[in-house]
Write a protein that binds this ligand. Structure first.
Ligand code: BES
Ligand code: MN
Ligand code: ZN
Length: 486
């Protein structure tokens, strides 16, 4: 997609060179400022009840006399927030999606001038609307013919608006990469595929990459990761990606992504219904790759490390069994009471591995628990951190990126459930509070650096007719990383 900005006044939009015009309108919009053709149409539509300034309301008009663009969409924003602006764009783009428009001009008739955030939101909304999964369905129709999107803004704000657009484009590319990886089925998106994808990314953007194989992981002593991987015919991969945007002496941020390319549950096998969705269990890994994609394009002055333990969780004659005890890289022993609680097992070894980078902060991202979906549904990701400052930072990043999370507790009382008679800890606690005990398990491996955990089990993909990966939380993570660049 070719994104541009164009200095244009509202009254001149009707003459603008584009075959579709999307106008965001709302309280405070002056129909007169739009010129006669657009102004009269808007006033009439409002008066006759065909449009209202409510979220999601929009109106498509074709061949409006006096307007050069043959398609005009009015999209209502329910307020001045970025979230309301996005909702208007999503609704407006929905009306244009199936049609023939090739060049879309987007303008805001809200009282405040267009800003960088709105530009960023536009690139994200367009990216989301136009993404189509094709890899194993090449017959999927294109959702639109759009080739070019131009955002109208005033001359005074054009520089900051352009920055916002660039940020939005980079994040959208990261989101698209994460969606594509996660949407690919388990027989395509294997641990080896994730490693290849990471290598491609490294090559294209000059990142450092190292991929450890089973022998190397054995030598390191990642007993928990190995235990999960041992039931699968697919070779495990431990991916280490590095982006250097600051001096070597600057402590890096580390992102750790759960890369279970398929989670059957192992010997503690899952029920058949909806098990196909466990191909999305590498959503954390996908979000790390997507964030690297965005960061590599934006080049902030930070150092960033990405760690992805990738394997399948399969039942087989060689699979780990309930009651087996293994030794983690940290030296702590773990009784694997439920082989379906595998995410924390691959993450704990990666979290210990992270120590060698002497990180400024470590954030892990994982489709970790069904319990988190019960707690928060599909809107907010679960966020856990013993560090108030880091928690506040992630909360702000999520809000700013419209990719929200919600802080959950980590009281030591929740640790009780992890006790084992046969090892330093079990890998599961009681059913109640399952998202929290999972986080408490991870916490035992993170004493050496500021740490946060994002449980994205509810936010990484959608079920039902719109089944597919969302690319979250790439926007939150990118915002967080950019924020650290100052
Ligand atoms: N990948 C799942 C978590 C999951 C389940 C995410 C359903 C989204 C929807 C994870 O590996 C898992 O199986 N967790 C178990 C943990 C339990 C055995 C303590 C769960 O949530 O049921
Ligand atoms: Mn599982
Ligand atoms: Zn899992």
């Amino acid at each position: 997609m070719d994104f541009k900005i164009q200095a244009a006044e509202l009254k001149d939009l009707r003459h603008a060179e584009a075959d579709a015009l999307l106008l965001v309108v709302g309280e405070g919009t002056s129909p007169e400022a739009l010129g006669k053709a657009l102004g009269t149409a808007l006033t009439g539509a409002l008066k006759e009840g065909d449009l209202a300034y409510k979220a999601g309301r929009c109106l498509y008009l074709h061949g409006l006399p006096g307007v050069k663009a043959s398609r005009v969409v009015f999209a209502a924003a329910s307020g001045a927030s970025a979230k309301a602006f996005r909702a208007a764009l999503v609704a407006g783009l929905g009306l244009l999606k199936g049609g023939g428009a090739r060049h879309l001009l987007v303008a805001s008739a809200l009282p405040q001038p267009v800003d960088a955030t709105q530009a960023e939101v536009l690139a994200g909304a367009v990216g989301d609307a136009l993404y189509v999964y094709r890899h194993t369905k090449p017959s999927a129709p294109a959702v639109s013919k759009l080739l070019r999107v131009t955002l109208a803004c005033g001359t005074a704000e054009s520089a900051t608006v352009r920055d916002g657009l660039h940020r939005g484009e980079a994040v959208a590319a990261g989101v698209a990469l994460a969606r594509e990886c996660a949407n690919r089925p388990g027989n395509h998106c294997t641990p080896s595929y994730l490693a290849d994808e990471a290598r491609r990314l490294a090559k294209a953007h000059d990142l450092e990459i190292e991929v450890l194989n089973r022998k190397e992981v054995e030598k390191l002593g990642m007993g928990c990761f190995l235990a999960v991987a041992q039931g699968s015919e697919q070779p495990l991969k431990f991916i280490v990606l590095q982006y250097r945007g600051a001096a070597k002496t600057v402590a890096p941020l580390v992102l750790v992504g759960k890369g279970i390319t398929f989670d059957t549950g192992g010997i503690s096998i899952k029920p058949a219904a909806e098990m196909d969705e466990m191909k999305f269990d590498m959503g954390g890994a996908a979000s790390v790759l997507g964030t690297f994609r965005a960061v590599a394009q934006l080049k902030p002055k930070v150092n960033l490390v990405g760690l992805i333990p990738a394997c399948e969780n399969m039942p087989s004659g060689s699979a780990v069994k309930p009651g087996d005890v293994v030794t983690s890289l940290s030296g702590q022993t773990v009784e694997i009471l439920n082989t379906d609680a595998e995410g924390r097992l691959i993450l704990c070894d990666a979290l210990t591995y992270a120590e060698r980078f002497k990180p400024a902060a470590v954030v892990d991202i994982a489709t970790l628990t069904g319990a988190c979906v019960v707690a928060l549904g599909h809107h907010r990701s679960g966020m856990f951190s013993p560090d108030d400052a880091l928690a506040a930072e992630l909360d702000r990043a999520g809000q700013a990126a419209l990719d929200p999370c919600w802080r959950m507790p980590l009281d030591e009382e929740y640790d009780e459930g992890l006790k084992s008679n046969f090892a330093d800890m079990g890998n599961v606690g009681p059913r109640a509070g399952g998202a929290i005990t999972a986080a408490m398990f991870l916490k035992r491996y993170t004493a050496k650096y500021p740490w946060a955990h994002l449980d994205i089990a509810g936010s990484a993909w959608k079920s039902g007719p719109a089944k597919g990966a969302t690319g979250r939380p790439v926007p939150l993570l990118t915002q967080f990383v950019l924020g650290r660049a100052g």
